[in-house]
Design a protein around this ligand. Structure first.
Ligand code: COI
Length: 361
């Protein structure tokens, strides 16, 4: 694999400091983008080439570009945090780079070298460092690396040309309520992914497949949909864009990776953070029946969702056909909040990074 250098072509018209500060005061999620982006091309026979850091701008695609028809696309999500001394660090970027390679293999796309993925993210964050929100709040800079098939033509086959990009967006809480508990609709008929499918790849198709059930969840008055396995329709898998954890007193359990669940970086990190705090942490199977029964008998004390965008979000209400129950009285649970704070302290640089997770720029 070749590793292209990234040539800098800075924007002649970056947003003014006053405009940027107005956005950073209330960024929301995924609504505003920084002044630059990285682009790197891949061509069959040539490999990766033409790495550039250029002004953020629309990209022009022929209407017959493969990605528009056959959805050969993968993406990642990671964050850069402002530390107390004003410096900036990203959280476990190599984990995202490795998952990006796994997703690429599953979608028959070329693998971007891990060091190029990290170099591209670093280059963008360094250039647009002023966009990393101040230390101390919920905000961070969300990075969205992605790759699309750019060959022009309607033949169904792996494309012979690709474009890798990284864009960045200042981000506040993913859910408008912040750490306010969210409500979950358990979908017992629609599935997100199937065995042998691509549920463990981070590809837009999985998110497209999740939207109808997500819209149905909204009609039930819920914030998020929870998917069950596609075979027995009873084992909890994940929410559309985040993983789930179940808290049984001093033990936390997350659904094991079955091939149809996305291996979240936050999910993985929490197994370690929880053990560091003295909790038992394990991967296992949890059925929807068990979820309801253990909530009703009180042994299941808390449930929370986790992901890069969602951080750790408590689950307050759960609904399924014919039943509805509250999780930890509908309030954020103590374990959930403790884990959330411990993880954020590492990410924001206010706790020791004992696992070497932070990548300082
Ligand atoms: C992330 O957490 O980074 C994701 O990609 C999930 C998406 C719902 C924003």
């Amino acid at each position: 694999m070749t590793t292209p250098t990234i040539e800098l072509k800075p924007s002649a018209n970056p947003l003014s400091a006053a405009e940027r500060e107005a956005i950073l005061a209330n960024p929301g999620f995924g609504r505003h983008f920084t002044d630059h982006m990285v682009t790197i091309k891949w061509t069959e026979g040539r490999g990766w080439h033409d790495g550039q850091l250029v002004p953020y701008a629309p990209i022009s695609l022929d209407p017959a570009t493969t990605v528009l028809h056959y959805a050969q696309e993968i993406f990642e999500g990671l964050k850069a945090y402002r530390r107390p001394d004003g410096s900036v660090a990203t959280f476990r970027p190599e984990k995202n780079a490795e998952r990006f390679q796994r997703s690429a293999r599953r979608l028959a796309m070329p693998e971007l070298p891990v060091e190029t993925f990290i170099e591209a993210c670093d280059a963008l964050v360094k250039q647009d460092k002023a966009w990393v929100p101040a230390h101390g709040g919920e905000e961070s800079l969300y990075l969205r690396p992605f790759m699309i098939a750019t060959e022009v033509g309607l033949g169904v086959k792996p494309a012979n040309e690709y474009l890798f990009l990284v864009i960045a967006s200042p981000a506040g809480a993913y859910f408008p309520g912040g750490v306010k508990p969210v409500s979950i609709w358990v979908s017992e008929d629609r599935v997100r992914a199937v065995p042998g499918g691509m549920g463990d790849a981070k590809t837009g198709g999985n998110y497209a497949a999740s939207l109808l059930a997500q819209a149905e969840a909204a009609t039930k008055g819920c914030d998020q949909v929870c998917y069950l396995d596609a075979v027995e329709h009873q084992w909890v898998e994940e929410l559309g864009g985040m993983n789930l954890y179940f808290v049984y007193g001093d033990k936390i359990v997350t659904p094991s990776l079955t091939g149809s669940i996305l291996e979240g970086v936050t999910r993985d990190s929490l197994l370690t953070v929880a053990r560091d705090l003295g909790y038992e942490a394990e991967e296992g199977r949890v059925s929807v029946e068990q979820w309801q029964r253990d909530s009703e008998n009180g042994s299941l004390t808390e449930v929370f969702a986790c992901g890069t965008a969602a951080v750790i979000t408590p689950v307050g209400t759960v609904k399924r056909a014919g039943a509805e129950w509250k999780q930890s009285g509908g309030e954020p649970g103590e374990v959930t909040l403790r884990l959330r704070q411990a993880l954020l302290d590492i990410q924001r640089g206010t706790a020791a990074d004992t696992h070497g997770w932070m990548h300082q720029l």
